[in-house]
Design a protein around this ligand. Structure first.
Ligand code: NAD
Ligand code: DAU
Length: 332
């Protein structure tokens, strides 16, 4: 696969994937990105222009998508509205990008017979009890909670239908919570790091007992490349790195690493419908494709992420004030 189209490649995980592809293959990458509030040209700025081209546009623009599909071998689809809190405020862009956008891409994949990989989330499975010994697997029934996760679930089902009904050569991956460089300051880990850098106390929703299964974005990227290259058509693969931590523990780790008392945070209004726990069983991916995470040590990956935000204030500062004003208006 010498020519890749990456949708949402100016966002957090998409830009990490583009860096990974440039560093580990000789493929040419075209990024299609609408550059919403979450997209940032600067996330791709250090990549060579003969390897990466950024096209600003909407995945729901059928004419543009058709033109771009004609020139590539495969498509990796990251573009989405991705933040649960925003979906509780205004679900409409989530329906547009996650449902109509994915439908538009699938129709182009069908017309051009292109290999298609769809990026999704563990949130489509709903949540688990804290003491549940089961983790999510590829056969866990869908049970999404928020407008965001419902639209991601809908997009997964569209992909499955296009495989079965039209023979589209697609795979799906559902990954757990990512952390690493280039993540928007609205998300949990970068919000707390940049709060501390700005002298603001970290904000924990509710009691902070909710558990997320953290994976470094670099490990997500290597898993996606393995699925794209060696995954079986029509299959779903769960991606996770056995990184379960509750939110309070993560905030305390960040505070300690940044030289502050572990309890120097505020409890704020909880998220409506807040999922309690996500946990991924990635046995299928590991056994079938031989994939392993490189960032097995969460504390080391978190320390590197803190350093990245400390060193790259010009990247995150433009979005910080507006993000905090939005949260303040919600009591968060
Ligand atoms: P992000 O919000 O950081 O980036 C999304 C990107 O998509 C942005 O660059 C945005 O400009 C672009 N975009 C949005 N709507 C578009 C449209 N209509 N047309 C073209 N571009 C559009 O999101 P992220 O955290 O990088 O997530 C990327 C993907 O990974 C999403 O599909 C998300 O559901 C999935 N995912 C995220 C996580 C996570 O922890 N962040 C975990 C599992 C799966
Ligand atoms: O599980 C994968 C999902 O992970 C992806 O599909 C989503 O795109 C991605 O945003 C993420 O969803 P979460 O809702 O889990 O991530 P978020 O960073 O918003 O929040 C992580 C946890 O931290 C969650 O329990 C809510 C809590 N939280 C969040 C913020 C922003 C806080 O306690 N305080 C905060 O300020």
């Amino acid at each position: 696969m010498q020519r890749l189209l990456v949708t949402g490649g100016a966002g957090f995980i998409g830009s990490n994937f583009v860096h990974h592809v440039v560093g580990s293959t000789d493929a040419h990458v075209t990024v299609l990105d609408k550059l919403t509030y979450a997209g940032n040209r600067a996330s791709l700025a250090d990549l060579p222009s003969d390897r990466v081209e950024l096209v600003e546009g909407d995945i729901a623009d059928a004419a543009l998508v058709d033109e771009l599909f004609a020139d590539v071998d495969a498509v990796v689809h990251y573009a989405a509205e991705s933040h649960n809190d925003n979906s509780l405020h205004d679900p409409s862009p989530f329906l547009h990008s996650n449902i109509i956008g994915t439908y538009t891409l699938l129709e182009a994949a069908r017309r051009h017979d292109r290999r298609f990989h769809h990026i999704s989330t563990d949130e489509v499975y709903g949540d688990l009890e804290l003491d549940d010994s089961n983790r999510f697997t590829e056969t866990t029934p869908y049970n999404p909670s928020s407008p965001y996760s419902a639209t991601k679930a809908g997009s997964d089902l569209l992909v499955r239908a296009w495989v079965r009904s039209f023979g589209v050569r697609a795979t799906i991956s559902n990954c757990s919570n990512n952390y690493g460089p280039y993540q928007h300051v609205e998300k949990f880990i970068p919000r707390q790091i940049t709060n501390i850098l700005r002298g603001i106390r970290p904000k924990l929703y509710g009691a902070g007992r909710n558990v997320r299964d953290w994976i470094h974005a670099e490990d997500h990227s290597s898993a996606v490349l393995a699925i794209l290259e060696r995954g079986r058509i029509g299959e779903t693969y769960l991606i996770g790195a056995d990184g379960e931590k509750d939110n309070r523990t993560v905030v305390e780790m960040i505070l300690t690493r940044m030289g502050l008392p572990a309890d120097a945070y505020d409890h704020v209004t909880d998220r409506a419908g807040h999922d309690l726990r996500y946990a991924i069983d990635s046995t299928k991916l590991r056994e079938e494709l031989g994939w392993r995470p490189r960032y097995a040590d969460f504390e080391a990956g978190l320390a590197a992420t803190i350093d990245w935000y400390r060193d790259n204030e010009e990247w995150w500062a433009p979005a910080k004030d507006a993000t905090e004003s939005f949260y303040a208006s919600k009591g968060q």
